[in-house]
Design a binder for this molecule. Structure first.
Ligand SMILES: *Cc1c(COP(=O)(O)O)cnc(C)c1O
Length: 435
């Protein structure tokens, strides 16, 4: 249901962009609420939180190496490459340099959710183990694979609402540690993701409704259980901090590749956005590390611009895209969110440089172009960042940056676990639009 006509008219009058969003015109929006980083006070999270989160990842390195042998080569650290994508840069006529941050290749979960989702489950497991005296922070965390730990964790049920990828990351990690895990899947969730989760030992509950409804049901059910713990994608500090540590690793990768980030050589980062937690947490981390020399943009489907609507109107999580007659129906299941995160959105409000929207057809086209140019295969959601450089021309002019000195990073957020036949269909679909 859309909101009452009078209120709607008021929004349209105050924010002319609303009409364009309602007309499904792709938009580029510069955020007037962004503040210089050192003027921002009283955020609910800070650099110390990021460093503490990073320390948790380090404590769990021995656990990862043993539980997931594919992480042995990286010594139990889950990280993705930063790749210069020169071929598609040429094709898209992007000045400066264009990089892909390859979170589509993150091991085990195959998406950016390996950052936030794994982090929150590990954080919860550690809290219980510390409380029960089963571990000290100086211990070898391979201990988390002992039978005694599994028995302990089996008394708890972790719940999560998801369009797919968050469920995969929470389900896989929870099951590995011995938790019971219930994943409440929205109607967008792909069948193969449900099958994979069941195979890993998670309980999958299917909903006809969208992401917001799956979260609501999951929250309600899980909180009825005294030993229940709900991973709340609409309001989670732990997910957020898990995502934020990406910034520390990216800084290292940029240093290794000799990429300078300063006022003259700004970094532009384009992040596919659903509820706003992953792009928000990463943006927060990047701002802590690079301050005003990094410029972050969120990318949303034209049918699911939830964070844009929340920030534009100033209502944050109090409005949904459905209030404006926008459907939240998109093939980009990772981004199919109608109402933004209550935790992340007010922070993004003062940090992000802007936001843009993309049609589904364009996402498929980009999927095929990336495959042809770079031999990189990602899911439709994950291509949204690649539109960034063309979308921000007005902003570049506004801040007076030299286009030839900008390093652009498109954050590629998912794809590794996608079955080959599904990927082939997406690719063919993209090719058919390009013809
Ligand atoms: C979850 C997800 C995102 C966005 O993360 P949010 O926290 O929902 O904003 C982007 N891309 C993919 C593939 C995802 O799974």
């Amino acid at each position: 249901m859309t909101m009452e006509q009078q209120r709607l008219n008021e929004y349209k009058r105050n924010f002319p962009l609303i009409q364009q969003l309602m007309d499904r015109e792709p938009v580029s929006w510069i955020n007037p609420n962004r503040k210089p980083f050192d003027e921002i006070k009283n955020l609910p999270v800070n650099m110390e939180d990021i460093l503490e989160a990073e320390a948790l990842w380090h404590r769990f390195q021995p656990f990862f190496m043993e539980a997931f042998p594919e992480t042995a080569a990286s010594k139990g650290i889950i990280e993705s490459p930063l790749q210069h994508i020169a071929e598609i840069q040429k094709e898209l006529k992007v000045s400066g340099n264009l990089y892909l941050k390859c979170d589509h290749a993150l091991s085990i979960a195959g998406s950016v959710k390996a950052r936030g989702g794994f982090y929150e489950v590990l954080y919860f497991a550690e809290q219980i183990a510390l409380k029960e005296g089963k571990i000290k922070k100086t211990d070898d965390y391979a201990k988390f694979l002992n039978e005694e730990m599994k028995d302990l964790f089996s008394q708890y049920t972790i719940g999560v609402g998801s369009t797919g990828n968050l469920g995969l990351s929470i389900g896989i990690m929870s099951a590995k540690l011995g938790f019971q895990v219930d994943v409440y899947m929205s109607r967008d969730a792909k069948q193969w993701k449900k099958d994979l989760l069941r195979e890993k030992g998670a309980t999958v509950l299917e909903f006809e409704g969208d992401f917001g409804e799956a979260v609501k049901a999951g929250r309600h059910e899980t909180n009825q259980n005294p030993n229940g713990y709900f991973v709340d994608d609409e309001d989670s500090k732990e997910l957020y901090l898990g995502y934020s540590t990406a910034a520390l690793r990216l800084k290292e990768q940029l240093d290794e590749q000799g990429v300078r980030v300063d006022a003259e050589n700004p970094l532009f980062v384009y992040l596919p956005c659903g509820v706003g937690g992953a792009p928000g947490g990463i943006t927060f981390g990047l701002k802590e590390v690079f301050g005003d020399n990094v410029h972050c943009f969120f990318a949303e489907p034209i049918e699911s611009p939830s964070v844009l609507v929340g920030i534009l109107t100033g209502e944050m999580d109090k409005v949904s895209v459905q209030d404006f007659g926008i459907t939240n129906r998109t093939e980009a299941d990772g981004l199919a969110v109608g109402t933004p995160s209550i935790f992340a959105t007010p922070i993004s409000n003062v940090l992000i440089s802007g936001n843009y929207t993309i049609r589904d057809e364009e996402l498929f086209e980009m999927l095929a172009r990336l495959a042809d140019a770079e031999n990189i295969y990602v899911e439709p959601s994950a291509t949204a960042g690649l539109f960034g450089p063309q979308k921000v021309a007005d902003y570049v002019e506004k801040i007076g940056a030299d286009p030839s000195k900008i390093n652009h990073i498109a954050w590629s957020t998912g794809g590794l676990l996608v079955p080959e036949n599904e990927m082939k269909q997406w690719y063919e679909r993209g090719k058919s639009y390009l013809r």
